[in-house]
Design a protein around this ligand. Sequence first.
Ligand SMILES: O=C(O)CCC(=O)C(=O)O
Length: 334
Amino acid sequence: MQTEKATDRTIKVVPIERRNAADLPYEKFLREYVIPNRPVIIKDAMPQWNALHRWTPEFFKSRFGAEEVDVTYGGVKMSMAALIDAVLASTAEKPGPYLHKVIIHQHMPQLLPDLSPENAYGFPRRYCSPLMPKRFRRPDGYLKLLIGGVGGKFPLMHFDGDNANAMISEIYGDKEFVLFSPEDTPNIYAHPETLTTSQIDDLVNPDLEKFPLLARAVQYRGIIQPGETIFVPSKWWHSARVVSTSISVCTNMLDRVNWNGFVAESCNPRIVKSAPTRVVKAAYLHAIGAVMSAVETWQKWFPHGALSRKLSYVSPISSLADSRRKMLLESSRS
Ligand SMILES: O=C(O)CCC(=O)C(=O)O
């Protein structure tokens, strides 16, 4: 474990584990990271993506320059061309905007072929199941485009809602992640209203006078580079900071491991006030969870069968059906 001096205290820093995709078959990934809820950075996770060769700041400026996009600061909208200029001018002292609200299948579906075949570790993908209540249904699990310049960052340290796992894949440039495990939640100063965002806004020079408990927490740190993906398990606090002009994509995953937590969170009395509604909703979500588990097991046992291909529509466990993406895209447009 390395240590770093911060004012008069010591912050514990642990490097995030790194693996090569070639040595990490999917089943091993599930056993060693998804089930124990541990983060990992995987090298060469999506070697066939055309995005790795095509996506640059100039590509976005010339292809999408006129598109209006939402950016971090104060709900501001700007054109992609202006965003890219600001991103390229960004410095550590004067960070520029950070793009993190563009859902690709909704706003720029023409980018999807560049991300094919899908990242093999980003499954199962229960978010895209037709069994999911409509409010949660997303063809690609909230596949988002993230663009920022040096010093830019995701606006808040947070953990993802729905008890979801996240997978962030770097396409261009370098980005640093700082993660804290769920056990450190008491040291992270969760915002009392959201509970999923932290009041700590600067991890480079943390204010240990204001947030003294932070010194007790263990930081997991790692930089992702093009072709690498980081698995951020459910309830892990995370923040991202751009090291060199960065383009990446992010997706969320629900599976049998984090499903009970998803049900508990969706039926939390803070959200669902009526007790009978909570009971019915939890029963429905548990029932569809059981169906999806069965469907996923079938696909695992008979990966090449025609029935598996059909069942992948209910809950895909891999990108075996790229046709599935087309089907879902068409259904999301209609
Ligand atoms: O900017 C990043 O890479 C982090 C993205 C993220 O945490 C999120 O979209 O929830």
